[in-house]
Design a protein around this ligand. Structure first.
Ligand code: ADP
Ligand code: ZN
Ligand code: ZN
Length: 831
């Protein structure tokens, strides 16, 4: 008896699993031998968790239970299914995601989930059924008015009902409460069902000649073919002996049976193969540029090439002014990596950039390039990811989460526009892709290049103290001058005209001149300065979102008010919701109105606007950018995204409107971000043979950010801003964390913040860190939740981490609710 037990135990193994939940721990599951035999690190494992089944990731496997964990064997749950024979996650990504979770105090499982393409995770859904007791109750009850009765009736009518659908029909919180009660009464039962993966390989039926030589000399081989069969053979021969089934039907003008007959005679073969969905299928691929590097470029490139060749980690900061030829350097660096048998990863901030860059890369590297960004379809992303995983794509270009792309043997990681805020994920798991890039480079002995015309203060400081190596491209290609920046004082314009003007006379004249020379204009609108909202003239209330502490933005096109934070929309009311007055009023010049004003002023110009809507339609954006570069459009207006990376040589004028709205934000990053934006957008002018000009309209021309933007002088701006941050104890001179508490119930959020505040104080006995708050966050209500904030400032990262770890540990002992806090290390947005 005793022996048998031991033998049984030996067949079992145990897996430590992390789950995609906001929990900072691993879970132990036992694996029956059939699973244990094939289980490997990094494979997905379907496991029971509470009433659900979840996709977990195996991070450790052991033969025996670890004694020190004091786990009660009898309470261990058994894994349900091994989802991968071959692990989806390689050891390097396991290590990288573990670091990310540790560093940003978030859940490893959530980071792993974010690192994988959507559609590979197994989800589960809750099925709700009515019980016999429930049915009986339904037939005996006379009161059909209650929601519970309505739900029961619905369940009785349908064959099966998914909880999510019920929530959509009746409202989430209502359903959750009522279902719980109905279940307690025994009227309904629920169970979990797993959904199979959403993304699947795309398969295509195709036809090929079994023996091409035999077909070519059909007559001598005495193949007797009818006319239809001859057609099939000749189409196949024209297509190198292989073609899609459906295409063949069309081209040869035959029916399926003709092809099948040939297949039976063993002349052709019908087979199924996978077609990879190509995100660039419809794009025009440009010709390869054959450039001779300038001396400055050669200097930079040779240092990078040496580092890549020697397989040593080093981070370079490539500080190059706009138009200095950074892109060419990136491409050459990637070539070096590939030539030495390694792979390359290039990070770009925005989807708006990827069509341009990825087409460039496709022209150089062909099918070795894979593209990863959030606007791909699930299928495209799934395919691109698998091409990377299998090693058939060795160059990756992508946005934020591409930093976890499963490339092996990385030679170089490039982060273009490294200062850009979009590298920071603004929801769980919070991470900064640029910083993860540096760590990944370090782990894999790859060279990291952080490129920008306006490096972030953090990065430039790291170069200053010698942690990173600084490389510079101080001049534009061909020694073209930077665009001349002119500050337009809108106070003067106001004095002259007697009222506020959207467009200054200077800008109007400049647009006209630019157009008359056949050149192009970009107008940058600061979105914050151009949102129009609805105000009541009786009570002075602006109409706000129901779920957020945010004024709704008016959209003229469909006469609706929209919340840009949660997506809530409503028709413009005819009376004020607060006081019933009819005197409601539109305020502010929206981007749509601005477009109208520009069109009225310049009826001859072909004008296009890029906004969120265009961004969401991938081809629309690509078409506009293509048209603009082919000079089919004279003026492009749009928000921040227009400032980034584009290279349109015929653009000679850039106008910047309402920049002041950015400068007045309550965040210590404001000056830096505005300076970056202005430098970036100025960099769009005068990139070709023709000199460029930039007009910035402002009501505070004396602001130091504008002064430095006028001279486009990064180094002086850096000095000034650094002093500022040092004096006020802001990063990069201290380490900062924001703890954001959010809950639909204010008292609950407040209670939780107090628990953590107390733990922080206890752990901060030596008063090495400063703890500020809890106070209402700048956006005090969002998506129906109240928000409170605690800010922690420490001398350095280690001290900050230590403090957070200690206090979170202590808080968990006091039944602190981890789900209602977002912890952001080095936050870039204090909202
Ligand atoms: P950045 O990324 O630094 O703003 P780009 O890489 O876009 O600058 O280069 C600006 C322009 O100069 C592009 O049109 C590019 O094709 C061109 N260019 C880059 N390197 C060279 C070179 N060595 N000779 C000629 N033109 C170049
Ligand atoms: Zn009112
Ligand atoms: Zn909202």
């Amino acid at each position: 008896m005793q022996k048998q037990l031991i033998a049984e135990n030996l067949q079992k193994s145990y897996a430590e699993v992390v789950l995609p939940l906001p929990l900072r721990q691993t879970f132990t599951y036992s694996m029956p031998s059939i699973i244990a035999e094939n289980a490997k690190l990094g494979a997905r494992l379907l496991v029971p968790f509470g009433k659900r089944q979840l996709t977990g990731y195996i991070v450790t496997i052991h033969e025996e239970l670890q004694k020190d964990l004091e786990i009660d064997e009898s309470k261990l749950k058994e894994a349900v299914e091994l989802l991968d024979e071959e692990p989806l996650i390689n050891p390097e990504i396991l290590r990288l995601t573990q670091w990310t979770a540790d560093y940003y105090s978030c859940s490893w499982g959530e980071v792993l989930k974010a690192s994988l393409p959507a559609g590979v995770n197994v989800d589960s859904e809750t099925v709700v059924q009515i019980t016999a007791t429930g049915r009986e109750k339904l037939f005996t009850t006379t009161n059909f008015k209650t929601l519970k009765a309505e739900i029961l009736q619905h369940l009785a009518d349908e064959i099966e009902v998914i909880k999510g659908d019920l929530e959509k029909k009746f409202g989430k919180s209502l359903i959750q409460r009522n279902l719980r009660e109905l279940e307690n009464l025994g009227f309904i039962s629920t169970f979990q069902r797993t959904l199979s993966t959403k993304a699947k390989p795309k398969l295509r039926k195709a036809v090929r000649l079994i023996d091409t030589s035999k077909a070519i000399s059909a007559e001598t081989n005495s193949l007797i073919l009818n006319e239809k069969q001859e057609n099939i053979i000749s189409v196949l021969l024209e297509n190198n002996g292989e073609i899609g089934f459906v295409e063949l039907l069309e081209l040869a003008d035959v029916s399926a049976s003709s092809i099948q007959t040939l297949a039976k005679r063993n002349i052709v073969e019908i087979f199924v193969h996978e077609v990879f969905r190509d995100p660039l299928k419809t794009s025009k691929i440009p010709e390869i540029l054959d450039l001779t590097l300038t001396d400055e470029q050669i200097n930079v490139f040779s240092q990078l090439a040496t580092a890549i060749n020697t397989n040593t980690y080093e981070t370079f900061v490539l500080h190059g002014v706009t138009g200095s030829g950074k892109t060419e350097i990136y491409i050459r660096a990637m070539k070096v990596a590939l030539e030495t048998g390694k792979t390359a990863l290039m990070m770009v901030p925005e989807i708006a950039l990827t069509p341009v860059f990825s087409k460039r890369l496709r022209s150089v590297f062909g099918n070795e390039v894979a593209i990863l960004h959030s606007k791909l379809s699930t299928g495209e992303r799934f395919d691109e990811w698998r091409r990377i995983k299998s090693g058939s794509a060795r160059v990756v270009i992508g946005t934020r989460s591409a930093i976890f792309a499963p490339l092996e043997n990385l030679g170089v990681i490039i982060v273009d526009e490294e200062h850009d805020g979009s590298y920071r994920q603004h929801e769980t798991p919070f991470y900064h892709a640029r910083d993860v890039a540096v760590v990944r480079g370090n782990f894999t002995k790859a060279v990291v290049i952080l490129g920008s015309a306006t490096p972030s203060l953090e990065t430039f400081r790291n170069a200053e103290i010698g942690k990173y190596k600084l490389l510079g491209l101080p001049n534009r290609i061909g020694n073209r001058p930077l665009a001349a920046v002119e500050i337009v004082d809108m106070r003067e314009v106001f004095k002259e005209k007697g009222k506020d003007q959207v467009l200054s006379p200077q800008l109007l004249t400049a647009i006209r001149e630019t157009y008359s020379k056949g050149e192009q204009t970009i107008i940058l609108l600061n979105r914050r300065g151009f949102s129009s909202f609805v105000l009541c003239r009786s009570c002075g209330d602006a109409i706000r979102c129901k779920n957020c502490d945010i004024t709704l933005t008016f959209h003229k096109r469909d006469n609706t008010l929209v919340c840009h934070y949660c997506g809530y929309r409503e028709k413009v009311p005819t009376v004020c919701p607060a006081c019933d007055s009819k005197f409601i009023n539109f305020l502010g010049e929206g981007t749509e109105q601005l477009e109208t004003i520009l069109r009225d002023n310049f009826p001859d110009l072909r004008i296009e606007r890029i906004d969120r809507d265009t961004m969401n339609r991938r081809n629309a954006l690509e078409n506009i950018l293509d048209d603009f570069s082919e000079k089919k459009i004279d003026m492009l207006l749009g928000t921040q995204m227009l400032a980034k990376g584009h290279d349109f040589p015929n653009v000679t004028l850039v106008g910047v409107l309402a920049i002041d709205a950015s400068l007045s934000l309550p965040d210590f990053h404001t000056a830096e971000r505005t300076f970056q934006l202005l430098t970036q957008v100025s960099g769009r002018a005068g990139r070709g043979e023709l000199p460029g000009k930039v007009l910035i309209q402002t009501y505070c021309p004396q602001h130091y950010v504008l002064q430095h933007a006028e001279t486009q002088d990064y180094l002086h701006f850096y000095e000034k801003e650094s002093k500022f941050r040092k004096n006020l104890n802001y990063p990069p001179f201290v380490a900062l964390a924001s703890l954001l508490f959010h809950h639909e119930n204010f008292d609950y959020a407040y209670e939780q913040s107090q628990i953590l505040r107390e733990c922080l104080q206890n752990s901060n006995a030596k008063h090495e860190s400063r703890i500020l708050g809890p106070a209402p966050a700048p956006i005090s209500r969002l998506k129906g939740e109240y928000r409170l904030q605690i800010i922690v400032k420490s001398a350095n990262r280690n001290k900050l981490r230590e403090l957070l770890d200690f206090s979170l540990h202590e808080a968990q002992g006091k039944s602190f609710d981890l789900r209602c806090v977002n912890i952001e290390i080095d936050p870039i947005n204090l909202s």
